[in-house]
Design a protein around this ligand. Sequence first.
Ligand SMILES: [Zn+2]
Length: 226
Amino acid sequence: MSNSPRFNIMSSLIACRECDLLQREIVLPPGGTACCSRCGAVLHRSKPDSLDRTLAFTVGAAVLFILANVFPVVGLEAQGNRTSTTLFGTVRTLHDQGMTSVAVLVFVTTILMPMLDIGAMLYMLLPIRLGVVPKGLPAVFRLVQTVRPWGMVEVFMLGTLVSLAKLSHIAAVRPGIALWSFGMLMFLVAAAAVSFEAHDFWAQVAAAGRRGRRFHAKTAGMETAR
Ligand SMILES: [Zn+2]
């Protein structure tokens, strides 16, 4: 354990994700880290305002995701002909040209999975920030863990940049708003994932649940008194 000479011992237990050792949970000071006593793996960190920061990054990512899908990714100009396309336009063109499997791959990894990831994070974080536990929270939490590895915006960015570098010899290439948005989206999604602390999140869920139960109990009491 680090960052504090004194710890309060809590009654709950915590399992190490690396070696499965069950340990007593302690209250950490702000910025403190709890490590496994057997293998040294990080059990959890106390990051002040981690959920607020994650929510801010996620809202930013949602705005950029909309821009990335509404505006053209790139504009090309060759021999007086201009052409530009959005990301969904690219998917449709690939499908029309008989490359349906590539179209599905691009759609799933750059549109569907990032959309589910950002949408699910907002669905979980916004109500918890307001002190309300959203319906089906555990399932949505697992959905985020499942879809996250399949969001490959960075692979798309890399592929697009390599293609543009090659195309620049035969046509004038103009990066569109969507390309810049995708670039920034990549960093915001990564920042949201890094700043999210599952331990703090579930602690806030438990606190919101307790407040909700007290509120319902009070309301039921008022109705009985009437
Ligand atoms: Zn361990």
